[in-house]
Design a protein around this ligand. Structure first.
Ligand code: FMN
Length: 172
């Protein structure tokens, strides 16, 4: 089984993509098998019922649902916009919830965020936890937030904390 990392920003210099790669490095170092989903893979129209009725769920979202379904856990690394969730991640959650397999149900999800702000995106993650509860995912209690994020602060995040973060949801 594999941990799937999903980032919520398609920006070229995304801080959240950098945090996602830092987490993947820690996973590598500790033998945690993983797969990184590029944020571009979340490309899909904003959920619209008429679109779904006409064309079904977009292929990109069906593929994402398959990845989530086969993962042991999912790590969402999401920017915070106006105290809430990245629209890219919200849209992906909505579309995946329309796929018959219900890939989110029972899935262990870990939440992380990086922000140039002092709160590190934690307010967005608490909204994300509520949304994930609605699709019956289990959100792990520890969040990995990087406030005042930049290359240096992301690199300086404590490795043992990140390992502990990644190990959540496993029998100890
Ligand atoms: C519309 C908008 C709203 C934002 N709101 C917040 C916010 O509420 N909290 C926060 O910490 N950062 C906020 N930011 C700053 C983002 O955290 C920052 O742009 C970050 O770099 C985006 O993530 P990325 O680097 O992964 O693309 C906001 C940015 C934008 C464009």
């Amino acid at each position: 089984m594999t941990v799937v990392f999903i980032g919520g920003s398609r920006r070229k210099d995304s801080l959240n993509a950098k945090l996602k790669h830092r987490l993947a490095e820690v996973a590598d170092k500790h033998g945690i098998r993983h797969d990184i989903v590029d944020a571009d893979a979340l490309d899909a129209p904003i959920y619209h019922g008429d679109l779904e009725a006409a064309d079904g769920v977009p292929e990109s979202m069906k593929k994402l649902a398959e990845k989530i379904q086969s993962a042991s856990k999912v790590v969402l690394v999401s920017p915070e916009y106006n105290s809430s969730v990245s629209p890219l991640i919200k849209n992906a959650i909505d579309w995946v919830s329309r796929v018959e397999t219900q890939a989110w149900a029972g899935k262990t999800v870990l939440l992380a965020a990086a922000s140039p702000g002092g709160l590190g995106g934690i307010r967005g993650l608490s909204h994300l936890r509520d949304i994930l509860g609605n699709v019956k995912a289990w959100t792990a209690p520890l969040f990995a937030c990087c406030p005042n994020a930049n290359d240096e602060s992301i690199a300086a995040m404590d490795e043992s904390f990140l390992k502990q973060f990644l190990e959540q949801g496993e029998a100890s």
